[in-house]
Design a protein around this ligand. Structure first.
Ligand code: FES
Length: 267
């Protein structure tokens, strides 16, 4: 049999045969994630205007220590080092932040957008070696499954926050009564979108589907797998919608707390 020798040459950075505007998607991802990172970092360090009445910003929930009535264990503890900046958000944001950072979708998106590895499919990248996710530091991405467990806890806590957002205290007599404000709806949509994002997680799909290299024979497992797959098909959409909305929910509570916006009561 005759064999032909083929020399595969490595593309240089940005070189491609693609004729479509491939750079638009990584550019949008870069802009979208940059805006969110800058805003959420700024908001997390504020330590103020994160609650108003029965609403609390999802960036600050659960409030483990803090000055609001939502705090679980009271104000900032006396043992907190004076040189260390304190904000209730900094105690909790690492968990949802880690969940998104290690998400399979976001990895693919920010590897392309932030360090061009590669900039897009079949487009030349700026480096010649590939260590992948089997060596430090990217091997840390394998912690995603554990962040998923934490994400479920956060979902429960944020759902309780929505329940609390249904009860408004009358300033004149101190009694609380049922009601729905725009803020209640904003916080409820946040939970729905975060739920859609979390329930479409690839790791949850693996958990629901069975064991290592083996699909479960249980009918219930199959149903759970199908359900997660349904969310998973639109995982990118859930990821962006929930990212945008969690930022907006913080902004809504912040502006209401500052008196910039007024929270309209529907009921
Ligand atoms: Fe995206 Fe798990 S893969 S949240």
């Amino acid at each position: 049999m005759n064999a032909a020798e083929t020399i595969i040459s490595r593309r240089s950075f940005g070189q491609t045969m693609r004729a479509d505007p491939w750079w638009i998607q990584p550019l949008l991802v870069f802009l979208g994630l940059s805006i969110f990172i800058v805003y959420s970092t700024w908001a997390a360090f504020q330590g103020a205007h994160y609650f108003v009445g029965n609403y609390i910003s999802p960036f600050y929930s659960p409030e483990i220590f803090g000055n609001s009535p939502h705090s679980w264990f009271g104000a900032k503890p006396a043992w907190w080092p004076s040189w260390l900046v304190f904000s209730p958000a900094l105690l909790v944001l690492w968990a949802p932040g880690g969940f998104r950072l290690t998400c399979y979708y976001y990895r693919g998106a920010y590897y392309k957008a932030f360090w061009a590895d590669p900039p897009a499919c079949t487009v030349g990248e700026p480096r010649k070696t590939y260590l992948g996710e089997r060596s430090f530091p990217l091997i840390m991405q394998n912690a995603h499954r554990y962040f998923l467990y934490l994400a479920f806890i956060f979902l429960v806590i944020l759902t309780i926050d929505v329940w609390k957002a249904l009860w408004f205290v009358d300033a004149t007599n101190g009694k609380s009564s049922f009601g729905i404000g725009i803020g209640t709806i904003v916080l409820a949509i946040n939970v729905v979108l975060l739920g859609g994002y979390t329930f479409g997680c690839h790791s949850l799909r693996h958990l629901a589907g069975g064991f290592l290299d083996q699909f479960s024979k249980s009918r219930n497992c199959y149903r759970a797998y199908a359900c997660v797959s349904c969310f998973n098909r639109r995982h990118m959409l859930w990821a962006w919608l929930s990212l945008f909305w969690v930022g907006f929910a913080d902004l809504y509570v912040r502006f209401c707390s500052m008196g910039v916006w007024h929270d309209w009561r529907l009921i």
